[in-house]
Design a protein around this ligand. Structure first.
Ligand SMILES: [Zn+2]
Ligand SMILES: [Zn+2]
Length: 404
């Protein structure tokens, strides 16, 4: 008997075990709180909730990055349960406390977990239920309302331009411009309109690119039922607005003449455009540039589809790119494989209003001119470069440089 207690104490001292234990005890603990309340013991119930809440803050928000997967999962699930409980009982004060703490963990949680967490807080929109049949994919991505690039997280600054929604109006727009509400073809059309318009002076705004009525009115209608959760999410966004680390560095400097140039994604050995000096490009930096370029090519030129497989493909692409650019984390070989398999699944993918298509054969992208193709030589050449970009991406995603 004594031995058992001793072991238990040793275990409890272990931080990881403490986290798992806190998670294991959470649901029963919250039931006890509810039982107290239901029989009028408000004081005891409240006191007990304070204990549970403090333990949750300590355990579920502690450094998840250094923890093994199972512990991180316990933290994440624990937070989800706690948030649902606090919402059910209208514990706004506790939720606000959580909101202040969670942004400190934004970088250490996996983006996909964070995404779920946001949704747990969000209890998102009725539109989620009404569109669930169409949008079966789990990952949600967002179009930056300033630069049009695809992002995984709506409450963090855009990884490409640093835009963060800090007003109710811009946050409603952020929610609207997501794969949770809009269909993939519309989103990608808006994305390419904004991205191309970002190179003009002055930049094209979302108001100019959006052609579906008054955008703020639509945003308000589509996000109406999330008024409470919207305040929470907006607070996240405001808190993290300062955390932009600068535009991703997708250029490289010549060691001889010190000029910078864009990373040439097609060639592992590139030469300085000024002095012809050979510039070695580290593998991961070239992968980042290639991911970015390949997604641009798909966003601008592919004929976008409404089916779930296509939406999932885009989501996973955004996930991998967001990891790489926001967290400097290369995809694993399994993630690379998964993206290629999704590409195979949606292939052939047509381009330029069904004039051209890309098929995947033996993990290799092959471009075809369709019988009705009447495109100019210039566009055909550009298309060949696009196919090269995709092949370059596939090659890098199956490279031995990636971790298993
Ligand atoms: Zn942006
Ligand atoms: Zn040079």
């Amino acid at each position: 008997m004594f031995g058992l207690f001793k072991n238990r104490n040793v275990d409890i001292k272990n931080r990881n075990n403490k986290i798992v234990l806190a998670y294991g005890a959470l649901e029963n603990g919250l039931k006890v709180v509810e039982n107290h309340w239901s029989v009028g013991n408000h004081k005891q119930g409240n006191e007990y909730l304070e204990l549970i809440f403090e333990a949750a803050l300590q355990n579920f928000l502690a450094d998840p990055q250094e923890c093994p997967e199972v512990v991180r999962q316990a933290q994440f699930e624990g937070l989800k349960i706690l948030i649902a409980f606090l919402q059910r009982h209208g514990k706004q004060g506790h939720l606000n406390k959580l909101i202040k703490k969670i942004p400190q963990c934004v970088k250490s949680f996996e983006p996909v977990q964070l995404q779920y967490l946001m949704h747990a807080i969000n209890v998102t929109m009725e539109s989620l239920q009404s569109t669930q049949g169409i949008f079966e994919h789990r990952l949600v991505y967002y179009i930056c309302q300033r630069c049009g690039k695809l992002n995984l997280i709506s409450t963090a600054p855009c990884v490409h331009c640093g835009f963060a929604a800090t007003t109710e109006r811009t946050y409603r727009r952020a929610l609207l411009l997501s794969s949770q509400i809009l269909q993939t073809p519309i989103l990608l059309e808006l994305a390419s309109g904004l991205q191309m318009g970002h190179h003009t002076t002055p930049h094209k705004s979302i108001d100019e690119v959006w052609t579906y009525g008054n955008i703020d009115q639509v945003a308000r209608e589509r996000t109406q039922s999330s008024d409470d959760s919207l305040k929470l999410l907006l607070q996240f966004s405001i808190n993290s607005a300062e955390s932009f680390a600068g535009v991703p560095n997708l250029s490289i400097k010549c060691s001889k003449c010190e000029r910078s140039q864009n990373i040439a994604t097609h060639d592992p050995v590139q030469h300085c455009l000024s002095c012809n000096n050979q510039i070695p490009t580290p593998y991961f930096r070239r992968l980042k540039a290639t991911l970015n370029e390949a997604l641009d090519v798909i966003t601008y030129y592919a004929d976008h589809r409404e089916d779930v497989a296509y939406a999932n493909f885009i989501s996973v692409f955004v996930l991998i790119m967001d990891y790489a650019l926001r967290r400097d984390k290369a995809p694993t070989r399994a993630q690379g494989r998964d993206l290629i398999d999704r590409f195979i699944f949606i292939s052939p993918l047509s381009y330029y209003s069904e004039h051209l298509e890309v098929r995947i054969e033996d993990d290799h992208a092959v471009g075809f001119l369709l019988p009705n193709c009447s495109l100019s030589e210039d566009i055909r050449e550009m298309f060949e470069r696009h196919v090269m970009t995709l092949n370059c991406l596939f090659e890098m995603l199956t490279s031995k440089e990636l971790q298993t």
